[in-house]
Design a protein around this ligand. Structure first.
Ligand SMILES: Nc1ncnc2c1ncn2[C@@H]1O[C@H](COP(=O)(O)OP(=O)(O)O)[C@@H](O)[C@H]1O
Ligand code: SF4
Ligand SMILES: [Mg+2]
Length: 343
């Protein structure tokens, strides 16, 4: 199959605030606004940004847990909105999700073995022997002992529960796993173990990840490419190495300045971003970052900056750092076309 595994085109999600007859006048929360990206087989695309910028809404749109206000999600070139019964079931096998809080996403009354074999049993009947063999295999894949299959979630540590969540996601041999803040609730040392586990699984099984996190340190460890979101929009999408070597968008720069610097040889960037994230109900005009941006000029208050492809394979939406006058390609397709996998 040619083309990307996952392609997202101009995805938009507005949540109406309240209801009424005159729908046109109801204010909306602009959770996701015109988001486009693609993910190749076996690739990790990270989505990073402050709380409330729309990351989880993108995840829910990808999993079809919520319907988009606009835009499309394509798997292997097929629009998931048009899928009917059987095709939808087949597609659901290919995309799995791992959540932030493993405890609330695991049924407390089921044993670890039942939890991880349940997705398969939704598709086919398993004998007791097959079920035990599958549970043992999946537990071993995520670095747990097969004896753990008899335990309840409450009898496991936070790290073990997250491993269990990953084992459950692996059960159907997916092509893509969407991990939403999957390590955020864990201690730093356990975080590192889970990230290494995901990297190993990717190498062994060729799984692609959409890895969502507010933590740039985590993203740097695991990502091939990184999309930075601000108030529902992607403002910079870049190969991981290029982004961490030199952020171009002033918001990315500010995020990095705010994050701890694990590498002492790396120069700390300018001052962290000041002020609060504005409300997505009535976002600032033009570039939504302009009230907080030290580089803002008059144009920033008026025009939304398009995503402009730069020579090093990134796209950036900034009138000052990536002026659209230099563009050759169409901005909305740039996020899909100009980015190749970087390992
Ligand atoms: N079901 C919903 N109804 C109304 N607003 C929502 C809903 N889900 C998310 N939002 C709003 O959409 C915005 C983006 O939320 P979310 O995608 O959860 O951000 P993130 O995951 O980056 O923290 C926030 O302002 C949030 O309050
Ligand atoms: S477009 Fe203007 S306000 Fe937005 S990030 Fe660039 S300089 Fe700052
Ligand atoms: Mg979230």
């Amino acid at each position: 199959m040619n083309g990307p595994l996952l392609k997202v085109e101009n995805l938009t999600k507005h949540y109406p605030l309240g209801s009424g007859i005159f729908k046109k006048n109801i204010p909306v929360i602009r959770a996701v606004e015109d988001v486009s990206f693609s993910v190749e087989a076996g690739e990790t695309l990270c989505i990073v940004g402050e709380s409330g910028c729309g990351k989880s809404t993108v995840a829910r749109l990808l999993m079809r847990l919520v319907e988009p206000t606009g835009g499309r999600v394509l798997i292997d070139g097929t629009d998931i909105a048009g899928l009917k019964k059987d095709a939808l079931r087949a597609w659901r096998r290919r995309m799995q999700m791992v959540f932030q809080d493993p405890y609330s996403s695991l049924n407390p009354r089921l044993t670890a073995g039942q939890i991880i074999t349940e997705p398969v049993e939704n598709f086919e009947r398993l004998s007791r022997q097959q079920r035990n063999a599958l549970a043992a295999d999946l537990l071993q894949k995520v670095g747990m002992s097969p004896e753990m299959m008899h335990r309840l979630p409450s009898e496991l540590s936070g790290g073990q529960r997250q491993r269990l969540g990953i084992a459950r996601a692996l059960a159907l041999k997916p092509s893509l796993i969407i991990a939403d803040e999957a390590v955020s609730a864990l201690d730093v040392s356990v975080q590192a173990q889970i990230l290494n586990l995901l990297l190993d699984l990717q190498q062994q099984m060729g799984i692609a990840f959409v890895f969502i996190s507010h933590d740039l340190g985590v993203v740097e460890h695991i990502g091939h490419r990184v999309a930075v979101m601000y108030l529902g929009r992607i403002v910079e999408l870049a190969p991981c190495e290029a982004l961490f070597a030199k952020p171009v968008h002033p918001y990315t720069e500010a995020l990095m300045a705010a994050a701890p610097v694990p590498d002492p040889t790396r120069v700390r960037l300018e001052a962290p971003v000041e002020g609060e994230v504005p409300s997505p109900i009535n976002p600032p005009s033009g570039c939504a970052f302009h009230p907080r941006c030290p580089l803002a000029v008059e144009r920033c208050r008026i025009e939304v900056p398009p995503l402009v492809p730069l020579a090093d394979g990134r796209v950036v939406a900034c009138h000052v750092r990536a002026p659209a006058t230099d563009v050759v390609a169409k901005p909305t397709t740039a996020a899909n076309s100009s980015l190749s996998r970087v390992v």
